[in-house]
Design a protein around this ligand. Structure first.
Ligand code: OOG
Ligand code: NI
Length: 268
């Protein structure tokens, strides 16, 4: 486990940009060349399988040890996912969103593949300091990836990329250039980025105190056991939070919006 939050997020970021080169370009675009401002991170998201060795709670333990607290839970019935979000008492620290695939709800064939992959992982790996950015702990073939992909894009993504930040999220509230998500989206599109349009370019809005958008994932090369090929890697998200009636910014997530954000790793 890490003993320093900022060091952990720096490692997560380095691992993430290595397979998400557009993240650097997004930073440049939103900060402008001259600016010395920094991007504030709204949240970082992780994915996993709900098996003993890899459960959401095992990932969450890394954040609980750093003072994070569990705040909300979410269910995505059709995608067979359960999720929780975590906040730190110091609210300059990014929130954390962790989901897990309910493996037992998949077909026998997909379950067998996932069990075979996770069986290759050392049970102690999950507590290692670098676990949250350690990637995949197994060999997987393109054929297995394709079988999973037919049933669950999430399962396929996990089988290929393993444990790492799935996305970082720009806090639009703290941008210098504009604080409107629609304007951020325009800038992104003018610069040629492809946005996730599932459920509309902007998911949510002032009525649910959270508006979100995201790029479609970059593509990066992955070494399968039988071939090397490019598949969707990670994406970048943008979040604008609104004040609740008590005057405080909403800190939770919105299941209906999240359901669509997951689709940012679909093949375009
Ligand atoms: C997480 C999708 C949900 C959000 O901000 O609602 C999400 C994922 O794609 O793993 O990040
Ligand atoms: Ni997110």
């Amino acid at each position: 486990m890490h003993n320093n939050i900022d060091t952990l997020f720096n490692h997560l970021w380095d691992d993430y940009v290595a397979i998400t080169p557009s993240a650097h370009k997004v930073h440049k675009l939103l900060l402008g060349e001259e600016s010395s401002d920094e991007i504030v991170n709204d949240h970082v998201a992780f994915r996993t399988f709900n098996l003993d060795k890899t459960s959401l709670d095992k990932l969450a333990a890394h954040f609980l040890a750093l003072g994070y607290e569990e705040k909300g839970d979410y269910d995505f019935e059709a995608k067979k996912l359960t999720a929780k979000h975590f906040e730190h008492p110091d609210d300059t620290k990014p929130k954390v969103f962790i989901s897990e695939l309910r493996v037992e709800e998949l077909t026998e064939q997909s379950q067998a593949i996932i069990h075979k992959l996770v069986a290759q992982m050392d049970a102690d790996a999950v507590t290692a300091e670098n676990f949250l950015y350690s990637g995949r702990h197994w060999e997987v073939s393109k054929e297995e990836y394709d079988i999973l992909l037919e049933e669950s894009e999430y399962a396929a993504w996990m089988s290929a990329w393993g444990f790492r930040a799935n996305h970082f999220t720009v806090s639009v509230n703290y941008l210098g250039q504009t604080n409107e998500l629609a304007e951020v989206n325009s800038l992104l599109k003018e610069a040629g980025f492809v946005l996730n349009t599932s459920g509309g370019e902007i998911k949510g809005g002032p009525d649910v105190y959270l508006a979100q958008s995201s790029t479609m994932a970059d593509r990066a090369e992955i070494s399968f056991s039988d071939e090397t090929t490019a598949i969707p890697s990670c994406f970048y998200e943008f979040a604008q939070r609104y004040e609740m009636p008590d005057g405080k910014l909403y800190k939770g997530f919105v299941a209906a919006s999240a359901d669509k954000i997951f689709e940012s790793t679909n093949a375009k």
